[in-house]
Every structure is written in structure tokens, then in C-alpha cells.
Design a protein around this ligand. Structure first.
Ligand SMILES: [Zn+2]
Length: 141
């Protein structure tokens, strides 16, 4: 089973009235502070806890957290790391600028595409079990 997720660009989401409105609603509910380090700041970023590129919901309040720019940078770095692992093993593939193909574990194991580097798919899956389990749980439960 292949899942395709079409999405609009991050910039257009952030600029849209709907997203701005949702962010304001969350700030009024949760307060004007970083939800990770608790620092008070006026510059808060509405971060997708599960990134859209990994199957997270764009406009779901429970998938959004308010972060200061420092915490957001750290979170983004972790998200990029996860994304690269999933791409390397073949679970995820960008098919256009704004949409992704997601593959389940059987398709990854069946496909003839070899991961880059000298490790086998099974070795990579074993090595990054936590990231892959999380991805499969979100998208193929
Ligand atoms: Zn913070």
C-alpha cells in the first residue's frame, strides 16, 4: 500500500489566514511561552510535532506546539535527520515539490532499490528501528 500525501507549500500555509488563526487560538489557550523550554517570548513558531513530510496533520491542534526559535531550530534539525534516514532506507520519496510517497515495510523490502552506502536495508532498518517504527505507526497502523 502506497500512500500519497499532497500538500501545499509551508510558506502558503504559514501565510494563510487559517493557519494564522489556528496559531492565535493556540497561543490564547496555552499562553505566550515556549512549550519546550518554557521561556517567555513574543516570537513563537507553531511547529508541527509530527512533520507534514512524515505524515503529520497540518491543521490539527494536537499536532502543533509553540516553540521559541532556539527550540524550533533544534527540533527542525532532528526532523531533517529523521527524514534523511527514512529517505536513505527508502520509506519516503519526494514526488514533487509539495507531495511525498510513503512506502510500507513490505514495499521497502521488496523493492530492488539499494540504499546508498555499503549497508543492507535490513541493517539500516535495525540500526534506526525507533525512527522507522514511529513512521510506520503514524502512517500504516
Ligand atoms: Zn524554547
Amino acid at each position: 500500500m502506497i500512500k500519497e500525501y499532497a500538500r501545499i507549500s509551508c510558506n502558503s500555509i504559514k501565510d494563510s489566514f487559517t493557519f494564522h488563526d489556528l496559531k492565535r487560538k493556540i497561543i490564547s489557550k496555552r499562553g505566550c511561552h515556549c512549550e519546550k523550554c518554557k521561556s517567555k517570548t513574543n516570537i513563537l513558531i507553531a511547529d508541527h510535532i509530527i512533520p507534514i513530510s512524515l505524515g503529520g496533520k497540518e491543521f490539527e491542534e494536537s499536532n502543533l506546539q509553540l516553540l521559541c526559535s532556539k527550540c524550533n531550530k533544534e527540533k527542525t534539525a532532528r526532523d531533517i535527520y529523521k527524514l534523511n534516514i527514512l529517505k536513505k532506507v527508502g520509506f519516503i520519496e519526494m514526488c514533487s515539490n509539495y507531495s511525498w510517497w510513503f512506502y510500507d515495510i513490505e514495499e521497502v523490502l521488496d523493492s530492488k532499490i539499494r540504499p546508498r552506502g555499503n549497508k543492507t536495508k535490513l541493517q539500516l532498518i535495525e540500526e534506526h528501528k525507533e525512527i522507522i517504527d514511529e513512521f510506520l505507526k503514524i502512517n500504516f497502523r
